[in-house]
Design a protein around this ligand. Structure first.
Ligand code: ADP
Ligand code: MG
Length: 599
């Protein structure tokens, strides 16, 4: 089954790539047939830029981090390929300081490109070990730093690069077909990566890193692999530039190019390969049109004089306009075939819920955690066995969510320990807890908002080997399968978050206020779902909720937390009558302003 779903997925991605490559092939054929030098120049330039943009998008789009640094890989690719392909007698004259082994080589382009991929891949692999650990603005700034460093190294390494002087004499071996082939390969690679498990998991971290961790995804290695692949594609694009222009300088790969390529990516929509392609087309057309206007033109007898700077200003305005109207770029998060022929959400028969194979227990012993002076959780013992439903209640600020964070590896305890089936799991990060059988939801819903409902569940399902479709049907979400998760109402969002956790086939499931924001009908339905889930799977369920009615009807056992400590524990009927519990709830209600940081 795994092999056939792999094949189906690959077929889908290749079909998507074909949607993009086919029109480009027509452009290539028309250009080759016309043979007009100026037009050929424009088209080759476009294909090379497209290769670079699609390559950059492999990291930027999937990781959701803007990179200013990828032009440095283009520069390295360009220079490396130049040095490897230029004739030895030329090198003897112009680059006398070149190391001996580089001075004598003269490789054909395909071989040189292989070295570019490997060589720049090595640089990207090493820099990625740092950059993949960062996200958001920190990562972007780091990529900018990388660009500046490489630029200055290229200028400084005069013996190899001729410094800031032009490196000329590069064999001009790139025409329409080579450039088209590179763009086509880049598009296929980008589509396959995006649809792969690594790509899907990376997009999940882009949407919500803690939520991705909760389904077992480690963000850093995913980011690293996308960084590596995108750098390799960018490096090839850089090499093609060199062999198209015949002359390069470090400056040709600096801010100006970075800006132009990012403009393409941002205008088209960086979150999809189609967006990268659309942006490259639009920005190229815009630049060409503005460049002609910039030179001055005439309408009948009316002569419009040249306007200097029109191209750059026009490009800037175009970006502003698109960002204002469509902040996610023209294509948003969709691929072209999803827009042209949206997939229907077929009604799938609900599939069986995953059965828990072995009994076991998740145990916290004397666990605690402070925030500043506040003891949020203070020496709590909690035991959750497979097959039971435990309720965790307590007034607002009692420490329930913190306790759940401590058990699930999101927060580090500063006292006590956590064991999973007797194994010490105190220091396990969230992704390892998830991989070892712990699923959870969050109090403030954390979905992968711009991924579809189906993809949200698939991230977890691919890990466990379950089938996402029938599972969605189990939770009544099959009709919404292709909707972006962020567009659902609260009720379905909560259900989706539970479905995603169940898709991990966990043995323990921790739910933080799953009924919050639900009306009575919805929370009654949830109650039935949760009971059925336990009955059919044998999962151990820990449910935090404010809705005492729900907790009392659902749970086998209730634990009451107040000011970080367990104040009562037992069957619902007993706990409900406990004076300490009544005091904790009512006392708090009567003194609403009492700070809970005292004591
Ligand atoms: P509950 O889920 O029972 O409402 P929480 O576990 O969210 O309670 O919070 C317990 C206490 O710890 C509260 O006083 C809260 O303000 C504090 N707290 C929770 N998380 C943090 C944090 N990340 N940083 C600082 N204080 C926190
Ligand atoms: Mg809470």
């Amino acid at each position: 089954m795994a092999a056939s779903t792999h094949a189906a997925r690959a077929a889908r991605d290749l079909r998507g790539a074909a949607f993009l490559v086919a029109p480009l092939a027509l452009v290539a054929i028309a250009t080759a047939a016309a043979g007009d030098p100026a037009w050929t120049q424009t088209v080759v330039n476009f294909f090379v830029a497209l290769t670079a943009v699609v390559g950059i998008g492999i990291y930027v789009g999937n990781a959701g981090i803007v990179s200013f640094g990828h032009t440095c890989f283009m520069a390295l690719g360009g220079y490396l390929s130049a040095i490897l392909t230029v004739a030895p007698n030329f090198k003897a004259g112009n680059l006398p300081g070149l190391p001996a082994f580089l001075a004598v080589v003269e490789l054909p382009l395909p071989l040189s490109l292989a070295f570019v991929v490997l060589g720049v891949g090595l640089v990207a692999g090493l820099t990625g070990m740092v950059i993949a650990r960062l996200d958001g603005a920190a990562a972007s700034i780091a990529t900018l730093g990388l660009l500046v460093i490489v630029y200055n190294v290229l200028i400084g390494a005069r013996e190899i690069t001729r410094g800031s002087q032009a490196f000329y004499g590069i064999p001009i071996t790139v025409g329409v077909w080579t450039a088209f082939a590179a763009a086509a390969v880049a598009i296929v690679l980008a589509r396959v990566f995006r649809g792969s498990s690594i790509g899907l998991e990376l997009r999940a971290t882009r949407e919500d890193e803690p939520a991705a961790g909760a389904v077992g995804v480690r963000a850093v290695p995913r980011r690293w692999s996308s960084w590596l692949l995108s750098a390799m594609v960018a490096a090839v694009a850089g090499a093609l530039y060199a062999h198209f222009l015949g002359v390069i300088t470090p400056k040709a790969f600096y801010f100006h190019l970075t800006f132009a390529l990012l403009a393409m990516l941002i205008v088209g929509g960086m979150a999809s390969v189609s967006g990268a392609v659309a942006g490259a087309v639009l920005v190229t057309v815009l630049i060409e049109a503005l460049r002609r206007l910039e030179e001055g033109f005439a309408i009948g007898s009316l002569a419009v004089p040249p306007v200097f700077g029109l191209t750059v200003v026009g490009l800037g305005l175009a970006i502003l306009l698109v960002m204002y109207r469509r902040p996610q770029g023209l294509l948003g998060f969709a691929e072209i075939e999803e827009l042209v022929a949206p997939a229907a959400s077929p009604h799938v028969a609900p599939g069986p819920l995953p059965r828990v194979e072995a009994a076991g227990a998740l145990v916290a012993e004397g666990i605690g955690r402070s925030f500043g002076g506040l003891r949020a959780v203070d020496g709590v013992d909690l035991r959750l066995a497979t097959g039971e439903i435990v309720g965790l209640i307590g007034p607002n600020g009692a420490g329930k969510s913190t306790l759940l964070g401590l058990i699930s590896g999101v927060l580090r305890p500063d006292a006590g320990r956590v064991t999973l089936d007797g194994v010490d799991a105190t220091d396990w990060p969230a992704w390892r807890m998830a991989r070892r059988g712990l699923g959870r939801t969050f109090q403030n819903i954390r979905l992968f908002r711009n991924l579809s409902v189906h993809e949200n569940v698939e991230v977890a399902a691919r890990r466990s080997g379950l089938d996402a479709g029938p599972l969605l049907a189990q939770f009544g979400l099959d009709a919404l399968a292709h909707r972006p998760a962020g567009t659902l109402a609260y009720g379905p969002q909560r259900r989706l978050e539970i479905a995603r956790a169940v898709a991990l086939a966990p043995r323990f499931l921790l739910l933080d206020e799953p009924a919050a924001g639900m009306n009575e009908t919805e929370s009654d339905a949830l109650l039935d779902d949760l009971r059925r889930l336990r009955d059919e799977t044998g999962i151990g369920l820990l449910v935090i909720d404010h809705d005492l009615r729900l907790i009392m009807r659902l749970c086998d056992r209730v634990v009451v937390l107040d000011r970080g400590q367990v104040i009562a524990e037992g069957p619902p009927a007993v706990v409900q009558k406990d004076p300490a519990v009544i005091e904790a709830y009512l006392g708090r209600a009567h003194r609403p302003t009492e700070p809970n940081s005292e004591g």
